[in-house]
Design a protein around this ligand. Structure first.
Ligand SMILES: O=C(O)CCC(=O)C(=O)O
Ligand SMILES: [Fe+2]
Length: 132
């Protein structure tokens, strides 16, 4: 089974891959295979880390292309507080913004961003609506 092109909505995703492969990232408009290394952990930066880092860290677009090599097992651990109700507001970290590099996003809560992400679905650039 594959997935359509998307970015991960949370802060960080840790992926444990097997030897089957299929994960690709979009780099300079080209899909690049992530070589499968059984037991290795792939770390994906998510949208909320991009937001709080004011674009210093980028949440890369990726997808999974199914191949015929066999059943594929991928264990994903999403670092986010999406399911825990919290009014904590996240915006670009103040140490990372300056007069020359002002905040690029408005503040949001994880809940608000997660709800928006679920509603838009995969494949839609979801950070754009928070851009200042
Ligand atoms: O299965 C994979 O390698 C990636 C899965 C993924 O992109 C996700 O769960 O967000
Ligand atoms: Fe993903």
């Amino acid at each position: 089974m594959g997935t359509t092109k998307h970015t991960d909505a949370g802060f960080l995703t840790v992926l444990l891959q097997d030897e089957i492969g299929g994960l690709q990232i979009l780099h300079q408009n080209q899909w690049i295979d992530v070589p499968p290394t059984p037991g290795a952990l792939v770390i994906n930066i998510g949208d909320l880390l991009q937001l709080i880092s004011n674009d210093k860290l980028r949440s890369v677009e990726h997808r999974v292309v199914a191949n015929k090599k066999g059943p594929r097992v991928s264990v994903a651990c999403f670092f986010t507080t999406a399911l825990a109700p919290s009014t904590k507001v996240y915006g670009p970290i103040k140490e990372l913004v300056s007069d020359d590099d002002p905040p690029r996003y408005r503040e949001t809560t994880v809940q608000e961003y997660s709800q928006y992400s679920f509603a838009t679905g995969l494949g839609v650039p979801r950070l754009d609506h928070l851009k200042l």
